[in-house]
Design a binder for this molecule. Structure first.
Ligand SMILES: Cc1ncc(COP(=O)(O)O)c(C=O)c1O
Length: 391
């Protein structure tokens, strides 16, 4: 295809987006139209701005109701929630943790900080999550079972856990994944950082594994400014999460003591206050994001070569990031399209750099990653914030 054609394609792509979003649209902006100011003011008025705050307890209670999780623990980021999850689920030094390579960097970093090793796995096109069938074949060939543990034949290390991720808010294939995890004795830590408000067969993502992780970063579906959460049905894990995320404090009369290594990972009240207000409007926000998907779909359907990614069957996705998958011909135009749209003030961007290609992660174990490598060339994220519809 000639440069002329490239330019034409970029112009067509841009004109589709500009029919849906106005100038200066970001990839994802938060929206505040509820009780945020009122609750933050209450925090300031009562001085309970830090981690000991009624708003932290309230956010946890409300999230248990919304997600159906038995317990929830509010933390200061999704990344710290991932790190705690690895510790709490019993991942030990020098063990391996399976993690999709098409991913945000947090899970690989959390694994390394927990003194374990990431082991990169492939994704499927249907959900953009773990390719369970391919992984089963890989594990069958490359692992052995001893004392009910899964050992990597090559490294002789225990493969202890798997961190499936719900990419751009779309639920991964949880049914097959949970069967595989059971068959290979893998602990499941669901990275549902992008999936707040997404449901797999009417059950909120993050509630299927031993532990689920949510993120409330400023770019997520709802936000606390910065924040995260652990979801679990295990009381012991929830109690320990609360304890070690507060520096393992043991308070006796006036004396503050500490009984084990701890972390300063708890969510401050002022952030939880924003979260409580945001959660009150989550369904309005998701309704807007789903409407935005329909508007894009209507426009992109008219043109060949661009496929707007749609929620998997039996799922209710939050459509966190709207996603175009280019076809085999168009993938060579990805960078030109993105450049053109950004120059024309409509933010678009490629997917994250695949984790196994990041310099400090290249040395870790991996399976064949052909699907992720192909998808990496084809994905374009579009402006996706709820304010596009609601303002
Ligand atoms: C898949 C995924 N995991 C983890 C995180 C980390 O969350 P946080 O930014 O709250 O630390 C993010 C996003 O930021 C994410 O997209």
């Amino acid at each position: 295809m000639t440069f002329q054609n490239s330019k034409k394609i970029s112009k067509i792509f841009f004109s589709i987006i500009s029919r849906v979003v106005k100038k200066n649209a970001e990839i994802h902006e938060p929206i505040f139209f509820g009780n945020e100011l009122k609750y933050v003011k209450k925090c300031l008025d009562t001085t309970f701005i830090s981690t000991v705050s009624p708003f932290v307890n309230r956010l946890e209670t409300e999230f248990c109701k919304y997600t159906g999780s038995k317990y929830s623990v509010a933390l200061n980021s999704g990344t710290s929630a991932l790190h705690l999850s690895l510790i709490l689920s019993g991942v030990k030094k020098n063990e391996e943790v399976l993690v999709p390579t098409l991913n945000y960097i947090s899970s690989a970093n959390a694994i390394l900080v927990a003194n374990a090793f990431p082991h990169f796995i492939d994704v499927e096109r249907k959900t953009l999550g773990v390719d369970v069938e391919k992984l089963r074949k890989y594990l069958t060939k490359n692992t052995t079972k001893k004392n009910n543990l899964c050992f990597n034949k090559k490294t002789k290390k225990i493969i202890r856990a798997i961190i499936p991720m719900h990419t751009f808010g779309h639920p991964t294939n949880l049914k097959e994944l949970l069967i595989l995890a059971k068959d290979f004795n893998l602990i499941v830590i669901e990275d549902a950082a992008e999936g707040v408000g997404s449901f797999y067969k009417n059950k909120h993502v993050g509630t299927f594994g031993e532990i689920g992780v949510l993120s409330f970063n400023g770019n997520k579906t709802i936000t606390t400014g910065g924040g995260g959460m652990i979801l679990t049905k295990n009381k012991k894990i929830a109690n320990l999460a609360r304890h070690i995320s507060s520096n393992s404090k043991v308070i006796k009369k006036w004396q503050i003591g500490h009984d084990k290594i701890g972390y300063n990972y708890r969510m401050p009240g002022i952030n939880a206050a924003i979260g409580c207000a945001q959660l009150e409007n989550i369904e309005k926000i998701i309704k807007a994001k789903r409407k935005l998907f329909k508007l894009y779909k209507n426009e992109f359907n008219k043109i060949k070569g661009f496929k707007l990614f749609e929620e998997p069957k039996n799922c209710r996705s939050n459509y966190w990031l709207q996603t175009i998958i280019l076809n085999d011909n168009m993938k060579f135009k990805r960078d030109e399209i993105i450049k053109f749209c950004n120059n024309m003030k409509r933010k678009t961007r490629p997917v994250w750099q695949l984790m196994h290609k990041i310099k400090y992660l290249t040395k870790y174990q991996r399976m064949n990653l052909s699907n992720a490598e192909d998808l990496e060339k084809k994905i374009i994220n579009l402006p996706s914030g709820p304010q596009i519809i609601l303002k």
